[in-house]
Design a protein around this ligand. Structure first.
Ligand SMILES: [Zn+2]
Length: 480
């Protein structure tokens, strides 16, 4: 899958000093742990979840104390506003960590078990502290959302993490004094308390980055489906070898000019001109065949699971072993589909940014990306049926991801991103003569111009308009 740039440390810098510029990059690997290592990974994820819940419980308790004090004060005749000023300190991560250290194997805190978590010894302390910090983050997200200081959707009160309901995951930070997260050759990753875990793929790119002066910041291990993954965050010098240092577009890219992309409603995407190997002769990129096949397997696995005896809360029915096996099979296929989708998306964005000088897309609004396909009253979603269920195409699920990849890949290959306003009449305008229709029902897949008689696939027509209407994004100014 390769690496992903998380953020450029100093994006605004105009003086490019290649020795000074650093960036953080995540290298993600599938792991091949031994059964014993897998048990240790699971124990660490359990500890991180326990730590999050422990920290959250402390915060909730402080919040409850505060509410009781407010109630008592208003009972004594203070106004609500005055009463709310009473201060009860919500314990933050360092305070929670202090309590944890004092109570972890202190029988006074829990006489039955001899401390609140006497099993802490085999676990790396960072698994706990990252859990405490995640609780801080969740709590402050909720608080700022309550105060109306947070953009985007409202954030609810943080909930306890239940086993089986959350992705098992934990984070270990690099100890500066004792560099404990390191590679062992290209195929092994060494992590404190976990040992040397074999990698499913090669760490060559990361090893090179470390040789160039990269420093490991942290590693996040998480289990998705049947697999464990490690994502290693490396702070590295921003020198990119070979063509990645390309300053402007090549001759070939300049000749190719600009390509418009309409993230599809029906096909995966439509391009303003056909690209051999990527699209068909009209410019449409269809969903790849292997994904369609995987989707059929997915449906079959889901059906199989639904026929077996699963858990039932009301009757207390325990899931059967056959059901558990079916669930494992389903989650394995889901994981495969996710990986295939991701690599297909990377291939498309790379091909576009290497072949053209400019890639034009529709600007996205961030709120619209998280909203359901149904949309809301003011703005009903487009093409609801096509977007729901298993028929979703790759890009329907990831328009933001598509933009994100273009944003970081185009500078690597000397190209730029151009965007056009999302309210621009890209689908109703004739890309040949510029005449606009007042109405164009979604069922009409072919655009026929009443003015000049131009006939074209509806989405390809939109892609051509996007190419014509888009304005280049200032690469230094970032996204809008
Ligand atoms: Zn026309």
């Amino acid at each position: 899958m390769g690496a992903t740039v998380l953020r450029v440390v100093d994006p605004g810098s105009t003086v490019v000093d290649e020795n000074e510029r650093r960036r953080q990059r995540a290298y993600r690997f599938a792991l091949d742990p031994t059964p014993a290592q897998e048990a240790v990974l699971t124990a660490h994820a359990d500890a991180a979840r326990w730590a999050f819940n422990f920290a959250l419980a402390q915060k909730k308790a402080a919040n409850e104390t505060w509410r009781l004090q407010v109630a008592e004060l208003t009972g004594l005749g203070f106004t609500e506003a005055e009463a709310r000023k009473t201060a009860v300190k919500t314990p933050n991560a360092p305070e929670v960590a202090r309590r944890w250290t004092a109570w972890r194997d202190n029988p006074a805190a829990d006489p039955w078990r001899g401390g609140i978590c006497p099993w802490w010894r085999g676990i790396n302390r960072f698994a706990f502290s990252s859990g405490f910090r995640d609780a801080d983050q969740a709590w402050s997200n909720w608080m700022s959302s309550l105060a109306g200081k947070r953009a985007g959707r409202r954030v609810g009160e943080p909930r306890f993490k239940r086993k089986g309901r959350v992705t098992p995951s934990f984070r270990l930070h690099h100890d500066v004094k004792k560099p404990t997260i390191r590679t062992d050759g290209y195929r092994r990753l060494r992590m404190p308390n976990i040992g040397t875990v074999r990698l499913h793929d090669t760490a060559k790119r990361m090893v090179r980055a470390l040789e160039r002066g990269g420093r490991v910041q942290s590693v996040t291990c998480s289990r998705r489906g049947h697999r464990w993954y490690a994502s290693v965050l490396v702070d590295e010098p921003d020198v990119t070898p070979g063509r990645e240092t390309q300053v402007g577009p090549s001759h070939r890219q300049k000749n190719a000019g600009r390509i418009g992309v309409d993230l599809g409603t029906k096909a995966l995407a439509a391009l303003s001109e056909p690209v051999p190997g990527l699209s068909d002769e009209h410019g449409l990129i269809e969903n790849p065949r292997h994904l369609k096949k995987a989707r059929r397997r997915l449906v079959r696995a889901a059906r199989q699971m639904s026929r077996r005896v699963g858990p039932d809360k009301r009757t207390g029915q325990k899931p059967s072993n056959r059901w558990k096996r079916a669930r494992a099979r389903l989650s394995k296929i889901q994981r495969e589909v996710t990986v295939q989708r991701a690599s297909h998306l990377h291939w498309i964005t790379k091909t576009l940014s290497t072949s053209y000088a400019e890639v034009a897309i529709e600007d996205l609004n961030v709120a619209g990306m998280t909203r359901s396909a149904k949309g809301d009253v003011a703005e009903p979603g487009r093409n609801v049926r096509a977007k729901t269920g298993l028929n979703r195409s790759i890009l329907d699920a990831a328009p933001g991801e598509f933009r994100r990849q273009l944003d970081y890949k185009t500078p690597w290959y000397g190209s730029t991103v151009a965007v056009c306003d999302r309210w621009a009449p890209t689908s109703k305008t004739c890309s040949a003569c510029g005449a606009a229709k007042t109405k164009l029902p979604l069922s009409e897949r072919v655009y026929t111009c009443n003015h000049c008689g131009f006939v074209c696939d509806r989405d390809v027509n939109a892609a051509r308009n996007i190419a014509a209407m888009a304005v280049p994004v200032d690469p230094g100014g970032g996204r809008r």
